[in-house]
Write a protein that binds this ligand. Structure first.
Ligand code: FPP
Length: 231
């Protein structure tokens, strides 16, 4: 099973408590850890985290730096443990505009975990669903230009294979916290048949129990993929 997480509400949580926004992201990172640790028990094989969107660049510079430092700290600190636990880490998004430090972190974690297959952790940084589709279209156009693909052979599989998620299964369930009920440019192509679960809790308040509640809700739904329900 593949679950996508839109971890919203860190800033609101921090402001409500009278803290700096970055404290919300720090608490949010601890929740991420709890959720990752509960995935094998939950039967979740792939988890995609929406960590930083292409739209997030419009935030205050200090907050952006704080977030990048947090990714760096968390991923570096847990890399050895994640690798020895069979986790394959993949980054979704464009490396353009990211600091060298983050690009090195991404390359290192991707390479070192490339042969793992027990659990797939996708981290979307500088990611936007539309930007991902634009990049995929460019790759396809290049292949057409170079005579590697015939225009008439372009189909859904071609596009899927050119996305950052390439060979991975589409998300079965997308969870968003903090009461917002929209996708905000997350996995635009891949979410065509995903189920959604919206929690009113801000992300730092989310936890393993809430995660299991979301999974239970998902399991109780009949998934028809456009066919007659139940078939
Ligand atoms: C949205 O809340 C959250 C983010 C933009 C950042 C998510 C990052 C983490 C949870 C840090 C940990 C991640 C990893 C991969 C270690 P918001 O700031 O938009 O909240 P608001 O809507 O209340 O302002």
């Amino acid at each position: 099973m593949h679950v996508g997480l839109i971890m919203d509400g860190n800033g609101r949580w921090a402001t409500r408590k009278g803290f700096d926004r970055i404290e919300g992201h720090k608490s949010g990172a601890k929740v991420v850890e709890e959720i990752i640790r509960s995935c094998s028990q939950a039967g979740v094989k792939t988890l995609t985290l929406y960590a930083f969107s292409t739209e997030n660049w419009s935030r205050d510079k200090g907050e952006i730096k704080g977030l990048m430092d947090l990714f760096n700290y968390y991923i570096s600190r847990h890399l050895t443990e994640m690798i020895s636990n069979g986790i394959r880490i993949k980054f979704l998004g464009s490396k353009d505009g990211l600091q060298d430090k983050i690009v090195n972190l991404i390359n290192n974690a991707t390479e070192k975990s490339a042969y793992n297959d027990k659990f797939f952790l996708n981290i979307a940084i500088n990611y936007g669903g539309r930007d991902e589709i634009v990049r995929a279209v460019r790759k396809i156009a290049k292949n057409v230009k170079n005579g590697l693909i015939d225009i008439d052979d372009i189909d859904e599989k071609t596009i899927t294979s050119m996305l950052d998620t390439s060979s991975q299964k589409d998300p079965d369930l997308i969870i968003r916290t903090a009461g917002e009920q929209r996708l905000s440019n997350f996995l635009s192509w891949q979410s065509a048949y995903s189920e959604f679960y919206f929690s009113g809790l801000e992300w730092p308040e989310f936890n393993k129990t809430e995660f299991f509640k979301a999974l239970e809700s998902y399991k109780s739904r009949v998934r028809s993929f456009g066919a007659v329900a139940g078939e």
